[in-house]
Design a protein around this ligand. Sequence first.
Ligand code: ADP
Ligand code: MG
Length: 709
Amino acid sequence: MNANFLQTPIDYLKGVGPNRASLLKKELGIHTFQDLLNLFPNRYLDRTQYYKIGQLQQTNAEVQIVGKITHIKTVEQKRGKRLVATFIDETGSIELVWFRGQKWIRENLKLNVPYVIFGKTNYFNGSFSMPHPEMELLEAHEKSIRSAMQPVYPSTEKLANSGITNRVINGLMQQLFLESKNNFAETLSKPLLEQLKLASKKEALFNIHFPKSQVHLARAQYRLKFEELFYIQLQLIRKNLIHKSKIKGFTFDKIGHNFNTFFNEHLPFELTNAQKRVIKEIRNDLGSNAQMNRLLQGDVGSGKTIVALMSMLIALDNGFQACLMAPTEILSVQHYNGLLELCKNLNTSIELLTGSTKTSKRREIHEKLENGELDILIGTHALLEEKVKFKNLGLAIVDEQHRFGVEQRSKLWHKGSPSGEVGGAIPPHILVMTATPIPRTLAMSVYGDLDISVIDELPPGRKDIKTVHRFDANRLKVFRFIKDEILTGRQVYIVYPLIQESETMDYKDLMDGYESIVREFPLPEFQVSIVHGQMKPADKEYEMNRFIKGETQIMVATTVIEVGVNVPNASVMIIESAERFGLSQLHQLRGRVGRGAEQSYCILMTGHKLSADAKTRLETMVRTSDGFEIAEVDLKLRGPGDLMGTQQSGVLNLRIADIVKDSEILKIARSYAMQTLKADPNLTAEENIPIKNTYAQLVKYRNIWNYIS
Ligand code: ADP
Ligand code: MG
């Protein structure tokens, strides 16, 4: 079947008039025959199974029964009339009930002829009934194409109300297959089909819409899922390869004075093996002549900062500048102070630039950046402002990536040359660091255009954080526990949720909480800090610093402290209304403690009413501190659409595959896509012609999403 046929406007399909066409376009995005063909069912009603009335269970969902009607009557009720038919098979009888369309049904139903009925059953007082069954004479049923697994297509209220029912869609699909004679071109190569024993395209399309059995359906689904994932991976891998061959980067071939001095004389601790491995991966990237575009994943506390620093030192050794961008002011300040300390014996110049940097200081920084006096610039997204121009930016690092959009990441690209030009100039190397562990399968799809490094090992000597779940009723006990910890010299975080929609309520909770804490932990023995988003940056910083210096023992805060804050002496994290936080947020918050040598604790406070999901989240937090395991659970609970940083990518709008459930198929698809491109980068081999054509079509009709790079 040629591609032109499939691109025929849907208006031209028999049975689709202008009205239906416009509804199909608006409601389901179906513009062409191809779009209809690719409308895959959400689920199937299994009509391969027949039930006997005597075996019906209350737990049955939809059932199909063969039998006949022996008797019909109209029952008058206070609320109106209903039509009731007695339907029997050799094992028993049930009642069929209609509230609507009674006249027509009464006139058309035949007594004592075999029917196939299908529908949901209700159970009441020892007997079953079926309201508004789907019915078909057994004789007709046996001939119909719909006789096996019945597809249920995606629909909308508008469609249903306009009479475009599932049955209508099903009819249109039959019409489409009739007109095309099921003559659809193969879209994968012969070797692939053979090696993986995949169903052909024709077979798969037919069986996804009109499956004869579960087995046929499963084969069709596998094939179509594979195909979908294969083409996405093909595109990502191609992009990555093109990137590597086309986008030149600075070659940092020297490991010089800064790096060596730091490594040999000032390293404050021995690097973990994971840190060493990752630094090596980064060194390799920086030493090649392609631009690095790397994602560094490492759980909270896994030690990403030192990796960032050592990477920046390589840039300096090669005569380049580097920058580190963090999502919040507090975090930028902390990075700045931390790096100053680490570099105090090196001859490097480091500055901090944030929204609250004074104008005069700002001017000085701009100048030193442009004339090259400044080696390392740390700051918030203030770094992205037009006025910030580097003499020669060689490496840009972004911390806690999920707070920044992809667009912001790409802005950094153009900071390299003084002119800020796109094209021509060589872009800086980019390292993106994130503490949100993304399951590898997902990372492969979402960040397919980035290379990925993982720090999968925590520095030695970390004690596991003891995590418990407590109900609000036990608050007094929790207060006693806090008091004991403070008396042994520890510090405590108490975090309140702050959700935009309920901001006013949340602030009230926060302030109420703060007041009761201050009452419980009075001056002068105790000092309590508070930090939240409505405070001025300077006030926040002041309070934060008091806590960092140990002048206050308790930090009451909203999630502003979520990211990156490092106070090793803090050993207790209390999370109020923990049921309202997402898993990854809980995990991030917990990561604020357990940074020192002492045993640390995380207490999840909740009310008594908990949803099933909330219970799972809390149980998961109590059971494990493995960020990747937590991310997997999170993904299962929320689906990939919600995952941080994935919203922009669009790639998760999959038609049939499910990135979580089909991760095995994804792996296979990726490895075959890789193999195919390795053997034949331009897809010019005879056997790859179907792939080349399909790929070109997908790109042409924008069915593959473009990534920003
Ligand atoms: P994150 O990955 O969350 O950014 P940091 O870089 O802030 O983690 O490191 C967390 C803490 O662990 C810091 O106090 C840091 O000094 C310390 N640290 C990092 N690497 C090691 C190591 N190899 N051995 C001991 N402590 C380390
Ligand atoms: Mg960090």
